[in-house]
Structures are given as structure tokens and as C-alpha cells.
Design a protein around this ligand. Structure first.
Ligand SMILES: Cc1cc2nc3c(=O)[nH]c(=O)nc-3n(C[C@H](O)[C@H](O)[C@H](O)COP(=O)(O)OP(=O)(O)OC[C@H]3O[C@@H](n4cnc5c(N)ncnc54)[C@H](O)[C@@H]3O)c2cc1C
Length: 288
């Protein structure tokens, strides 16, 4: 289908973009890489009269470390994440996750800010953000607010982003050296979204789990933090029994919708399997 006619705006500063958002209100949508927005417009699920492109605004791209925190501009592409030496060294989970998103075409244009803002439970960054303890910088005429990823995702295509706000930056506490990590994603073929996926960050203290974070993709209305599984594992030995119980607890919060990728039982089972694999791989990558 062809999108309805719209007016295209390409502001060259953040205040100009915010002013346009306020001027056109509900009639306006932001455009980042366009790989979710344009398909929605072609299907007429979204029919904005004004499209505000963030691509010409300086300062919204880039990856740096400031005071023990990794700061990523919202317009940074998946490809930029993959090739970042800083992330490869200090936050390899994000590199692993970005490499599993779709195909090179999507990764060259799709942005981390767009992936998070879209609020699609099938997108991979929300679960990654939950286990990394990320927070998001949202700017509006009222100034800036910083909100944690945990609690940000409210429902399908529904986040805490308010009218007139633009996500400008993603902040991630630099993971401690020796933290194990894994994003285990089951997909039917290259370019597909996850049937189910599990993100894990793991810190061991000898043979005992010191801390663990687990989040799931595409098995609920939003990315899901597997809190009970996390609590269960803390202070325990990581072995076949405890991994299996953690997976069971993770599966207990899944509420996937049946579709071409599988029925509810299959997707739930795959969320458990991905959690087991992610825990084992994270363990093999962690310093004990
Ligand atoms: C074939 C295909 C396969 C895909 N597979 C995957 C996959 O496996 N995993 C995955 O995670 N994603 C996948 N995607 C989605 C892709 O990663 C998109 O690029 C991403 O969801 C949106 O990022 P974008 O930069 O393209 O944003 P856009 O499409 O431009 O925008 C998406 C939404 O976010 C809003 N928005 C964008 N930037 C901001 C901002 N800075 N502040 C506030 N709101 C903003 C827009 O208004 C819009 O509502 C796939 C896409 C395609 C086409």
C-alpha cells in the first residue's frame, strides 16, 4: 500500500524538532531509521500528516563512556553498535544483540533509539536494556528527564514517552569486568524477529551466583524481566538443577500470542530453552 500524503520536516537542531512536535501534536511522528515507521505507514497503521526526521540533528549519534556509564546517542545505528570498539570491550552483550537484529540493510539504518521507542515486544533492544540496567534521556520543552528501562515499556507499541518528548540518549552503567553475558535468540531465518529470546547478565562469586539479570523478548505484551528467576538464582550454585528451575520460573511469566512463529506452548517452551542456553553461555563467559 502507499502511505497517505504527509509533510516532511528535517529540522537541524533538537529545539527545532521539539518545536515541530509541539506545533503539530498528534498529527506528527518522529522518523529515525524508518524501518518500523515506514512499514507502519505503508500498511496505514500509522497515518501522520507530518513526519519529523531526526537525521539532520547533530549530537544524536555516537558512543562514549562518561563516569562509569556508557552513553549512546539515540540515532546511533545497529551497525555503529556492532563496530564500536568501546562496546566490544565493555558491553559485548549489546554487540551480540545488535548482530542478531534482522539483516545488514536494516542494521545500517535502524537506530537504537527507534528500536526502543517503537515499543514492539518483538524488538530486541528492550530486553537488552532491562538486563543492562539502562536508562533513557527524554527531552522536551520542559527540559530533560531520565527514566529507567525497568518500567518504561507499558504495553505493545506503548511506552512512557510522553507527547512532545524525544529520546536523545541511552545510558548504561558500564558492566563490571568479568560479568558473563548472552543474548540467546531463536528465529526462523535471517531477517526474522525472535520466536523467543532471552538476555542474561551474570556475575559469579566463585561457584555462587552473585547477581543475575534475565529478560525475555517476544513472549508477552512487552519485554519481560524474569524477576522470580533472578531472585531464585542469587546466592545459589549454577548447575543443571538451578538452571532448569530458573527456566521454569521464566516460562511462568510468558504470555505469548500464537502466530506463524508458533503456538503459545511452543513459544513458552522456547523462552525456557533460550534462558537455559543464555545462562550456560553467560556462565562460560564470566569470571568466577
Ligand atoms: C524486515 C525487518 C526485520 C526486522 N527485524 C528486527 C529484529 O529482529 N529485531 C529488532 O529489534 N528489530 C527488527 N526490526 C525493526 C528495526 O530494528 C527498526 O529499525 C526499529 O524497530 C526502529 O528503529 P528505526 O530507527 O528504524 O525507527 P523508526 O522506524 O524511524 O521509528 C520507530 C518508532 O520510534 C519513534 N522514534 C524513533 N526515534 C525516536 C526518538 N529518538 N525518540 C522518540 N521516538 C522515536 C518513531 O516515531 C516511530 O514511532 C526489523 C525491521 C524490518 C523492516
Amino acid at each position: 500500500m502507499i502511505p497517505r500524503p504527509f509533510e516532511y520536516h528535517a529540522p537541524e537542531s533538537l529545539p527545532d524538532a521539539i518545536a515541530l512536535l509541539n506545533q503539530y501534536g498528534d498529527e506528527a511522528k518522529l522518523l529515525a531509521g524508518g524501518h518500523s515507521m515506514l512499514p507502519m505507514m505503508k500498511l496505514r497503521f500509522a497515518e501522520p500528516a507530518h513526519l519529523i526526521d531526526l537525521g539532520k540533528i547533530p549530537g544524536l549519534k555516537g558512543i562514549r563512556e562518561v563516569d562509569g556509564e556508557i552513553r549512546i546517542g539515540a540515532m546511533t545505528t545497529e551497525n555503529d553498535l556492532i563496530w564500536s570498539e568501546l562496546l566490544q570491550q565493555k558491553c559485548p552483550l549489546l554487540v551480540e544483540g545488535a548482530r542478531l537484529i534482522s539483516d545488514p540493510q536494516v542494521r545500517y539504518l535502524g537506530t537504537i533509539g527507534g528500536d526502543i521507542s517503537h515499543g514492539d515486544p518483538a524488538n530486541d533492544h528492550p530486553a537488552l536494556m532491562l538486563v543492562l540496567g539502562a536508562s533513557f534521556v527524554l527531552e522536551s520543552t520542559g527540559g530533560e528527564r531520565v527514566v529507567p528501562a525497568d518500567g518504561y515499556f507499558l504495553g505493545t507499541y506503548y511506552t512512557s514517552l510522553e507527547a512532545g518528548e524525544i529520546m536523545t540518549e541511552i545510558r548504561i552503567p558500564t558492566p563490571a569486568i568479568g560479568t558473563g553475558y548472552c543474548y540467546a535468540k531463536l528465529k526462523r531465518k535471517t531477517g526474522d524477529f525472535a520466536t523467543a529470546a532471552s538476555a542474561v547478565m551474570l556475575r559469579m562469586s566463585g561457584a555462587i551466583v552473585h547477581d543475575v539479570a534475565i529478560a525475555l523478548t517476544n513472549v508477552g505484551q512487552t519485554a519481560l524481566k524474569a524477576r522470580e528467576a533472578e531472585v531464585f538464582l542469587r546466592g545459589k550454585m549454577l548447575n543443571d538443577q538451578s538452571i532448569s528451575e530458573a527456566a521454569r520460573l521464566a516460562m511462568s511469566i510468558c504470555e505469548p500470542s500464537a502466530d506463524l512463529r508458533g503456538d503459545v506452548e511452543y513459544k513458552t517452551a522456547m523462552a525456557g530453552e533460550m534462558t537455559q542456553r543464555a545462562l550456560r553461555t553467560a556462565y562460560s563467559r564470566s569470571a568466577t
